[in-house]
Structures are given as structure tokens and as C-alpha cells.
Design a protein around this ligand. Structure first.
Ligand SMILES: *Cc1c(COP(=O)(O)O)cnc(C)c1O
Length: 477
């Protein structure tokens, strides 16, 4: 065993050295001390096992300080990273769904910086209710009598079921017992809400008489659920909200319509396929409608419960409301988002979600043409780059089978050997960029759908940092 040939400096020597002082100034004494200790431990361990090249005490102290700075810098980088969503799914749940309007961002920042009259009536000086801030606006936009806001749509459903159907039965069609993203399954939420699920009909067909036959003394509500992420096609039958409303009224039972995405505007006006709106559901006779804030609405994560006043008030009074209420930051963002809906003509320019969804194909193609050259140069002789047709999706369960024609770029490995691994390596390299770029692999190519690319300069500029791909792809025989 060779003894350490490197004189190991003390913690103090590292901290007092020139390089050490710089690190302390940047990250503070406590954090630097911890990182320096860890770096010195590593050095001691290393020197026990191998002969290290000789270095002076001062140089070693500087090396240790640099190592500590590296570790602290990596720890300091945000874990919630900004990415470029080139997946083609506009409302991507794993990428945080809706991108907020500037107006919403500004309002949220203002709410964070100073005290705000969140539950305080400035007129009377007495205690107010936080949902009052947006209640008027929601009622104006949807035509509802009343509204209450919660953490997300899952909370909205939980609160509604627990308020109106605790220890009683809720009737749902078997064709509507949805699962969304694994952790949200309608039967599980119902069990946790304390209501008994009364399944009726079959997967593909449910008739009005199935509802009628199931109603008994234990029934507390009729629940209709938007089949967000699938379609039941073929020999099918479902009972519409308008038909169910007649039955619900006759039996004096509340009818709840979980819309999922919940749009406030007729998407057909913007060239998209029409999706049932919140107003439609209310007009059809739903007593309560629930929907999300960060899906088609294009706002922050939130859950809406809108409709009949007595039922909404009952939900607001449930102690669970306190556990799932909205915070001031999101309330501020939501208020600003909803205000944009007062001017539907300018909505696509101001609401990013609608802007992406209505972006003209020519515009996306022109962008693909601009970006193709720089991308092709970066790929060198490893990947062919071609402009391709894409089909974007709305995502988050709105119009599940509806696709929007789009354009993008496809990167195909030149060498056919190990092409799957080459594509994985390329996708990985894009994910490791300073602002990770997320695409999808399809038919032997890595595809970037450019519909949501509003940071074109950033995309092009950081391509030069993608050199890693070359060695990785070439390393594969
Ligand atoms: C998305 C969705 C939910 C869950 O909404 P979150 O806002 O994600 O909690 C519930 N029901 C339906 C029909 C949905 O589409």
C-alpha cells in the first residue's frame, strides 16, 4: 500500500483559501462547510486506495473548493425544470398541463409579494369568503347560480360525493367508470368519499330504465362522467344529461355532471371540433357541474363546482372544503384567466392553450422549415432530418380521438443497425439539454411536433450543446 502522497488540507484551510472564500460568499458558510467536508472525505478515501499525483496544499485546497462548488451548484439547480413540450400533446399532464397567460402570471406574482384581501370584505371590514373573488365572474361566464373552488377536479368530485351522498348510493353507468392516469379511478374516489357506488347498465349500453330501476330509498344522486380518455364506439347507448335531468327532477335527486376538461367556449368558433361546454351541461339540466382549471380552461390547477345554489352552499360548508381549498396564488391566476374570457375574440392571442390549439398549420410548417437547417447541421451524418406531418392532440382528456393536423421534424438514424438504441440515445441527449426538449419516438424516428414551440431561438441556440449525441450514437456498433 502506498501512503497518500497528497498533503490533505484542513477544512479551515479550504474555507479560508481564495477559492473557498468565493464558494462561501455564494452558498453560505453552513452549506459550504458540509460540501467541503464531503469532498475532503472523498479525497481521503481515494488517497488510501491509489497514489494521487503530487500537488501542493494550496492547490489541493483550491481543487476541494471547486469540487464543493460543483456539488452545491448541482444541488441548487431547480428540480422542477422548464422543458420544451414538442410531444404534440398540448395539455400534457406530465408536463404540467396548461401554460398560463401572462395576465395570470402577473396576478399570481402580485398575490405572492404582498398581503391580499383574500378572506376580507373591504367594504364592511369583516371576514369574507375566498371564493367570492371569482364567484361573480364564474356565474357570469357559465350561467350558474353559484360556484365553489377547490384544489382540482378530483377534489371537486370528492367534495360533491361526500357532501351529497355520504353513506348513501350514487348511480353511475358502467360505461363511465373511468380511470385517469392510474391514481384517479372513479370507483376508488367514490369509496373514499364515503358513498356506495351503484353501477348500472353495461360497458357499452346504458338505458334510461337502468337508472329508473336502480333508484331506491338509498339513492342520493345520479352521476354522469365524461369519458375523457376513451370513446365507447359501435353498438352503444348512453343517456344524455338532458334525459337524466327529467328523471332526476321527478325523483327529486341531484344530477351531477363531471365534465373533466370543461370548456367555457364553443371551440368550433376557433376551427376546432365542438366539445360540450359547461353552459351546455347546465342548460341540459345538470344540478352541479365539475371541471378542471388547468385543462382546456387554460388556467392554474383548480377544481370547479358550479350550479344550483343550495347544493353549492352545502359543498362549501363541508369541512373537507377547508382541506382542498385554493390558495391565494392560484386564485389570483384564476381570476386573471377567467377575465380573458370576457373578450373571446382576443382569447387565442392571450390564452396560450387556445393559442397553441388554433395555431395555423402554415405557421407551424414555416417554423419547421426555419428550424430544419440548424437541426440537420447538428445531426451531421448520424441522423436524417425531414419535415413531417404530425397530429397534435389536445390532451388531458378533451376530445380523446380528435387530432389536429400539425407539422414537425423527424430524425431518423442513417445506420439501420441498433436504430432503436440510437433513437433512445438521441432522445436522452435532448432531455439533457439546459432546457430539455421532449419529443416522441414514432415509426423509427424521433419526432418533434412544433405546435407548442414558442421559444424557437432558444431551441436553435442550444442545439450546439447537443454534441454528446455523436459519441453516444457512435459508441453503439
Ligand atoms: C381530468 C379529469 C378528472 C380529474 O381532474 P383533475 O383536475 O386532474 O383532478 C376527473 N374527471 C374527468 C372526467 C377528467 O377528465
Amino acid at each position: 500500500m502506498t501512503k497518500a502522497s497528497v498533503p490533505i488540507p484542513s477544512v479551515d484551510e479550504v474555507l479560508r483559501g481564495e477559492a473557498g472564500k468565493v464558494v462561501v460568499a455564494r452558498f453560505g458558510h453552513a452549506a459550504t462547510l458540509g460540501a467541503v467536508r464531503a469532498a475532503l472525505d472523498d479525497l481521503r478515501a481515494l488517497s488510501r486506495h491509489s497514489a494521487l499525483p503530487h500537488a501542493s496544499r494550496e492547490d489541493t485546497a483550491a481543487t476541494i473548493a471547486a469540487r464543493a462548488a460543483e456539488v452545491l451548484e448541482a444541488e441548487d439547480a431547480p428540480r422542477l425544470r422548464r422543458v420544451l413540450n414538442l410531444t404534440g400533446t398540448v395539455l400534457h399532464t406530465n408536463l404540467g398541463r396548461a401554460v398560463l397567460a401572462e395576465e395570470a402570471v402577473t396576478a399570481a406574482a402580485a398575490a405572492m409579494r404582498a398581503p391580499a384581501a383574500l378572506e376580507f370584505d373591504l367594504e364592511s371590514g369583516s371576514r369574507g369568503e375566498r371564493d367570492d373573488i371569482v364567484r361573480g365572474l364564474i356565474c357570469e361566464l357559465t350561467g350558474a347560480e353559484d360556484a365553489v373552488l377547490v384544489n382540482n377536479n378530483a377534489s371537486a368530485i370528492l367534495l360533491v360525493l361526500n357532501t351529497l351522498a355520504l353513506a348513501k348510493e350514487s348511480i353511475v353507468s358502467r360505461g363511465e367508470l373511468i380511470e385517469i392516469g392510474g391514481s384517479f379511478r372513479m370507483p376508488d374516489i367514490m369509496a373514499r368519499a364515503g358513498t356506495r357506488l351503484r353501477e348500472i347498465g353495461t360497458t357499452n349500453r346504458t338505458h334510461l330504465r337502468d337508472y329508473t330501476d336502480a333508484i331506491g330509498p338509498e339513492t342520493a344522486m345520479l352521476l354522469k362522467v365524461h369519458t375523457s380518455n376513451y370513446l365507447v364506439q359501435g353498438f352503444t347507448k348512453e343517456v344524455g344529461t338532458n334525459e337524466l335531468a327529467v328523471l332526476a327532477r321527478e325523483k327529486n335527486l341531484p344530477l351531477v355532471d363531471d365534465l373533466g376538461s370543461g370548456t367555457l367556449i364553443d371551440l368550433a368558433k376557433y376551427g376546432l371540433r365542438r366539445e360540450r361546454t359547461v353552459q351546455d351541461a347546465l342548460k341540459d339540466g345538470a344540478d352541479l357541474v365539475t371541471f378542471s382549471g388547468d385543462k382546456l380552461l387554460g388556467g392554474p390547477q383548480a377544481g370547479f363546482i358550479v350550479g344550483r345554489r343550495d347544493l353549492v352552499r352545502a359543498c362549501a360548508k363541508n369541512p373537507i372544503k377547508r382541506a382542498v381549498r385554493l390558495d391565494k396564488i392560484r386564485l389570483a391566476a384564476l381570476e386573471a384567466t377567467l377575465k380573458l374570457y370576457r373578450d373571446p375574440d382576443r382569447l387565442p392571442d392571450r390564452l396560450p392553450t387556445l393559442g397553441y390549439l388554433t395555431r395555423p398549420l402554415d405557421d407551424i410548417r414555416a417554423q419547421a422549415e426555419r428550424v430544419e437547417g440548424p437541426l440537420a447541421r447538428t445531426m451531421g451524418d448520424l441522423f436524417d432530418v425531414a419535415i413531417c406531418d404530425c397530429t397534435s392532440q389536445i390532451g388531458s382528456g378533451a376530445l380523446p380521438l380528435e387530432t389536429i393536423p400539425s407539422a414537425g421534424l423527424a430524425m431518423t438514424p442513417r445506420a439501420k443497425k441498433q436504430s432503436g438504441r440510437q433513437l433512445e440515445a438521441l432522445a436522452g441527449a435532448f432531455r439533457r439539454l439546459p432546457v430539455p426538449v421532449i419529443g416522441h419516438i414514432e415509426k423509427g424516428a424521433l419526432v418533434f411536433d412544433l405546435r407548442c414551440l414558442d421559444a424557437e431561438t432558444l431551441f436553435v441556440e442550444q442545439l450546439e450543446k447537443l454534441t454528446i449525441v455523436r459519441s453516444e450514437a457512435e459508441a453503439e456498433p
